[in-house]
Ligand binder design. Structure first.
Ligand code: GDP
Ligand code: ZN
Length: 458
């Protein structure tokens, strides 16, 4: 039932100078008014006004707090419904008490994401924009934030909507060819249809190309540092952390065998795992076991394999190198401040095709080179374009990939000179898949699942 009135505390739980309770729905004004004691009736307040008054407990006849009552009436509110927001003092008890009072007066406790869901259902936001709200809250770096804001502003949505309009008109033209083959009406030639589809397919492919980078900006990159004891793994981790202060700090760091740190590399949030918990005398594969070592490697987006330029390449090094055959890897020859022999580098090159960078974790040599290499590997060297449309969510990527398959199908049908019906099926399929991104064609249960990822009060 969409018309019942919901309420929740929308500020963080805990002591703060201000706490806010939001009420949304057709009874919001009525409920707000019952607990408002000001110089006039809240019902006579102008839309979009801030009204100072007392929060009045109409059950016990007591004043609970002084507060500001914000009146935002439909449709000009976040949810598109009548909304009252009560800004009171931010104590845990007072905020809870006011919420309870609101509930007792007829509102229902809002579910997680329910305000945003209503905003979506009332057409205030499309689905991609609503999802951007979670992303903004969870953004790990400036870059992740600007990606999310870009999505909230509707740049991805606008592109999808434009393409869907083109597909719809294409369907109309094809239908007309089928239904009125004789009549003298405006038509698109087969060549024009093909050109239109190729253009759209090109556009979708281009967005999909940003998926790898977009996902990394959003979710971060997992890097694992691997190498024998004493080669300088922890020194490298420390050097990277020192240079690239991370924003995220509230994540538990040390486990028994491995150490995790977060760094911010040119806006890319990166989790670096060091196997430094392993004692210097122990062998990583032996200590963790082959399975665990492989698991660690598998879960990484990138492995930094560190080797000591001072020592000979051992059998164990060779074992690790062969484990890394199919993995995105950078080989780091460390301690080059002590010198490195040409034969060493040559032997290493012969063992593996992976890029080799000479560094000194201790003397800060080669680290910029390493950082540049990491960015190049995942972004073709370019993560600057902030207003470019990037996709980052698995849900969007899936929908776009499905749309792309349909577009290719339609193109094939035209090229194979199949009848219009065959083309329409795929054009329709692409149209629907794209609608999933913005939420125009989406099933109720998927919608619920998306909004349930929000927290209460969003
Ligand atoms: P890990 O066991 O691989 O984590 O290696 P550590 O980072 O603990 O380093 C082992 C030893 O090598 C320490 O004494 C470091 O000071 C030293 N070390 C690490 N990196 C360098 C480097 O680039 N140059 C030199 N000369 N010594 C280094
Ligand atoms: Zn160590």
């Amino acid at each position: 039932m969409i018309n019942d009135t919901i309420a929740a505390i929308i500020t963080a739980y805990g002591k703060a100078s201000v706490g806010i309770i939001r009420i949304s729905g057709s009874d919001a004004l009525e409920i707000g008014n019952k607990i408002y004691k000001g110089h006039k009736d809240l019902k006579r307040a102008e839309n979009h006004t801030i009204n100072y008054g007392k929060v009045y407990d109409n059950y016990t006849d007591k004043i609970i707090d002084e507060a500001l009552f914000l009146v935002m009436l439909a449709p000009k509110s976040f949810t598109g419904e009548d909304v009252i927001e009560i800004q009171c003092h931010g104590g845990v008890v007072v905020v809870k008490k006011i919420l309870e009072l609101v509930l007792r007066n007829g509102a229902r406790m809002a579910d997680a994401g329910e305000f945003s869901k209503r905003a979506f259902l009332n057409g205030k936001l499309d689905l991609a924009q609503a999802e951007a709200i979670i992303e903004i809250i969870e953004a790990k770096t400036d870059k992740s934030l600007s990606l999310a804001v870009n999505q909230l502003e509707g740049n991805l949505s606008a592109l999808i909507k434009k393409v869907r309009v083109d597909l719809l008109s294409l369907m109309a033209f094809i239908e007309a060819d089928i239904d009125f083959p004789e009549e003298d009406i405006e038509r698109l030639t087969i060549e024009q249809q093909l050109e239109l589809l190729l253009g759209i397919e090109h556009e979708i492919t281009n967005i999909l190309k940003t998926a790898k980078g977009g996902k990394i900006i959003r979710e971060g990159l997992n890097i694992v540092i691997i190498g024998k004891p004493n080669v300088g793994k922890s020194s490298l981790l420390n050097a990277l952390v020192k240079e690239n202060r991370a924003i995220v700090t509230d994540i538990p760091g040390t486990t028994r065998d491995i150490i995790e740190e977060y760094i911010n590399l040119g806006g890319i949030p990166i989790k670096v795992i060091d196997t430094a918990g392993i004692r210097e005398t122990e062998d990583i594969v032996e200590k963790l076991g082959v399975d665990k070592a492989k698991d660690l490697i598998n879960r990484a987006d990138l492995v930094l394999f560190v080797i000591d330029s001072e020592r000979k390449i051992s059998e164990e090094d060779k074992d690790i190198i062969s484990l890394l055959q199919d993995k995105e890897t950078i080989m780091l020859v460390n301690k080059v401040d002590l010198g490195v022999k040409d034969e060493f580098l040559k032997e290493l090159k012969d063992l593996s095709q992976k890029p080799i960078i000479q560094i000194s974790a201790k003397e800060n040599i080669g680290l910029e080179d390493l950082e540049k290499n990491i960015i190049d590997l995942f972004f073709d060297g370019d993560i600057e374009s902030n207003d470019q449309v990037l996709v980052s969510s698995t849900r969007h990527i899936d929908a776009l990939e499905r749309a792309d398959d349909h577009l290719k199908g339609a193109i094939n049908s035209i090229e194979a000179q199949l009848p219009g019906d065959f083309i329409t099926i795929d054009v329709q399929g692409a149209f629907e898949s794209l609608g999933k991104v913005t939420g125009e064609t989406i099933e109720e249960d998927i919608l619920d699942q998306i909004f349930s990822q929000f927290c209460i009060g969003k």
